[in-house]
Design a protein around this ligand. Structure first.
Ligand SMILES: NC(=O)c1ccc[n+]([C@@H]2O[C@H](COP(=O)([O-])OP(=O)(O)OC[C@H]3O[C@@H](n4cnc5c(N)ncnc54)[C@H](O)[C@@H]3O)[C@@H](O)[C@H]2O)c1
Length: 308
């Protein structure tokens, strides 16, 4: 299938940037739907400010792409009936997502492909009640979706190989680096690894081995630096499988393996120390520091991805 018409459901933080990503496929028309009014084009222009300033995207190219993105309030619209592919980005709520897909199935073409951008829930469970489960996959974009190259394509228990191939190819055409997650496992690929690391980092703080800043700095100043060039499995080969085997034989039994959030994390949560949202988490944050940290992250990503 040649994807030429896309519907994005949910015009929040992820949906808007995903619409922008889809618009990089030539001639692709994108409808983005939300139950609340959203000035999608204005928000996308704000998100692209730095890309424009650094000459990575020209304003003509951006305006041409925006001319193919249309906001709609009502799901039952021509754009939905025309859609080759739908990406659902509504709130992370199982019942809401199931209701959305049930509605989509009654409006969309029988051969339309459905994708859910769920962060953590099982795409197989979300699509459980659909008639055409073979056309349903997870597409886990990472925030900010217009910058981060990875999209995990999660094969549901019933998804066909053809559906997976069409979605992977569409994402490649949109300039993304899709990764096929062949089984619908919690956390998919990226978040399983990310949270294994976070669990250990939190455990080190909790057990008084080092404070939060020291733990974060240890990563920033060591394997964090080389990770993009030397990811774990390549690193194991570089260091030697024999060395990795010996380290694991000795070390693994000492690593954190709790199946619950750590008491330290739960304490912060219960005290409503929620990080940026409340101004305190593992660190204290002023509004200026929060703004600067967000801006620095975007600039860093643009430097890493585009070299500018
Ligand atoms: N925020 C992240 O970092 C991130 C990363 C990857 C995946 N996700 C996932 O993407 C999805 C969206 O997350 P977000 O951060 O964009 O959330 P968000 O709260 O910014 O946006 C959700 C949007 O869905 C809309 N919505 C709610 N009910 C709707 C309905 N019935 N029909 C149409 N629109 C409806 C809301 O009005 C809102 O604009 C979630 O499933 C989330 O878990 C989020």
């Amino acid at each position: 299938m040649n994807v030429k018409n896309v519907l994005v459901c949910g015009a929040g933080m992820m949906g808007k940037n995903i619409a922008l990503v889809c618009s990089s496929v030539r001639d692709c028309q994108i409808a983005i739907q939300d139950i609340r009014p959203v000035d999608v084009l204005a928000d996308i222009r704000i998100n692209c400010k730095e890309l424009l300033e650094k000459g990575i995207l020209s304003s003509d190219a951006l305006e041409e792409r925006l001319s193919r993105i249309h906001f709609v309030r009502d799901l039952d619209c021509d754009a939905a009936a025309r859609a080759d592919l739908v990406v659902e980005c509504v709130f992370e709520d199982m019942e809401l997502k199931r209701r959305t897909f049930a509605a989509l199935e009654s409006i969309c073409r029988k051969d339309a492909i459905f994708c859910t951008n769920t962060s953590a829930m099982s795409p197989t469970e979300i699509g459980r009640d659909l008639r055409h489960r073979e056309r349903f996959v997870g597409t886990h974009f990472w925030n900010p979706a217009h910058l981060i190259p990875l999209v995990e394509v999660v094969k549901t228990d019933a998804a066909s190989d053809e559906t997976v191939d069409v979605v992977m190819e569409f994402l490649r055409c949109a300039g993304k680096s899709p990764a096929l997650c062949k089984k619908d496992v919690p956390g998919f690929i990226g978040n399983r690894m990310q949270h294994a690391l976070w669990r250990e980092a939190i455990s080190l703080v909790e057990h008084g081995v080092a404070d939060a800043e020291t733990v974060d700095d240890a990563i920033k100043n060591s394997f964090g630096l080389r990770l993009p060039q030397l990811p774990p499995l390549m690193n194991a080969d570089l260091g030697g499988i024999d060395l990795t085997w010996r380290i694991h034989t000795y070390l693994l039994k000492y690593l954190e393996d709790s199946h619950e959030p750590s008491p330290c994390l739960s304490k912060l949560y219960n005290e409503k120390k929620l990080g940026f949202k409340s101004g305190e988490g593992f660190y204290r944050w002023t509004p200026e520091e929060i703004k600067r940290t967000n801006e620095d992250l975007n600039s860093y990503l643009i430097r890493m991805i585009y070299g500018k």
